[in-house]
Design a protein around this ligand. Structure first.
Ligand SMILES: [Zn+2]
Length: 330
């Protein structure tokens, strides 16, 4: 393979071209001269791939190999089919440069995060995969209060705003089958308009979008019920003697502009917000009771969110994430 005759052919990567490398990996735009032993140590897929390289340079097949084996400057040349050179560069740098990826960083570029998640799964780099899952999960936590504390769309994340990351991360997590990330990513994406969601069929697996749409419908239905039932729950509160001081304000209290709360925004159904901006005539002594009533109902919705999106329960996923998130082994 002569890469210099044609400018469209892949070129040696500036950094990932080690003089003592033992294999050349080919992608669409880059060639990487790297070490078989180190890749085999961290990746069962590369290990199997390299073991299948025959003495005569031919390859017995396997994921990522391109059929008939070629040589490059006396070294086996393995074509990584279907992977972008830039993405493979992120993966290999994470392997060869210990500080390239920091799982505690919020500033890793989104493109790097996505590439590492998808490719570490494809090639079975367990440590990198676990680190990226941990890194993402910190911003999409699985407990009610932690999730709400992070659910601020305009805050910076991975070189963009948080809300700009939702769909890219969901797409990557779905493709890589990272179940511990899916419920909160589905939830985060649910706040988008139906028009936007339908547009994602062009870039995301249809099963992923189907689950997102169906889960969103269940979520909206439950949220709408919560809002629609608020006046009734207020009347129930009167019977519970909500105010210990014998205040009768709840009998005269009334909700206003509740239709503004009919949407898919889970974060917008905060009890204190609703009591402040939509409930009239409640005194400061009785208000906490009403707020608590709303938030209790909201937590009941939260418990069922994984089920809405066809995922396992929070408990099961939290247990799995804890195993994944153990101390970094790098
Ligand atoms: Zn009162």
């Amino acid at each position: 393979m002569d890469v210099d005759e044609n400018s469209n052919m892949p070129k040696p990567h500036d950094l990932l071209w080690f003089s003592d490398g033992s294999v050349v990996l080919a992608t669409d735009i880059y060639l990487f001269k790297v070490h078989k032993g180190l890749l085999s140590l961290h990746s069962s897929v590369f290990k199997d791939m390299f073991e299948s390289l025959n003495f005569d340079g031919s390859v017995s097949g396997g994921i990522g190999t391109g059929g008939s084996q070629e040589m490059y400057e006396g070294l086996p040349l393995v074509t990584l089919v279907g992977d972008k050179g830039e993405d493979i560069a992120h993966l290999l740098r994470a392997v060869f440069e210990p500080r390239y990826h920091d799982r505690h960083s919020d500033g890793t570029p989104l493109e790097t995060v996505v590439a590492l998640l998808v490719l570490s799964t494809k090639y079975d780099f367990k440590n990198i995969r676990n680190d990226v899952i941990f890194q993402i999960s910190r911003h999409y936590p699985m407990t009610f209060r932690d999730y709400l504390s992070k659910d601020i769309g305009h805050l910076p994340l991975f070189g963009r705003t948080r809300e700009d990351c939702h769909f890219y991360l969901l797409n990557a997590a779905f493709r890589a089958d990272i179940d511990v990330l899916l419920p909160t990513l589905y939830l985060a994406c649910s706040d988008a308009s139906i028009k936007s969601l339908l547009g994602t069929y062009a870039i995301m697996p249809s099963e992923c979008v189907n689950r997102l749409l169906m889960g969103r419908e269940s979520l909206v239905e439950q949220q709408d019920r919560l809002v629609a039932d608020l006046p009734e729950r207020l009347r129930e509160a009167i019977g519970k003697n909500a105010c210990r001081k014998g205040c009768s304000c709840l009998k005269k209290a009334f909700y206003g502009s509740l239709s503004e709360l009919i949407n898919a925004n889970f974060g917008g159904l905060d009890g204190a917000f609703i009591a402040t901006f939509h409930l009239n005539g409640v005194c400061s002594d009785c208000s906490p009771f009403v707020v608590n009533e709303i938030n209790t109902k909201r937590q009941e919705i939260w418990k069922n969110i994984p089920e809405y999106f066809g995922c396992r329960s929070w408990d099961a996923l939290q247990k799995k994430l804890k195993e994944i998130s153990g101390p970094s082994t790098w």
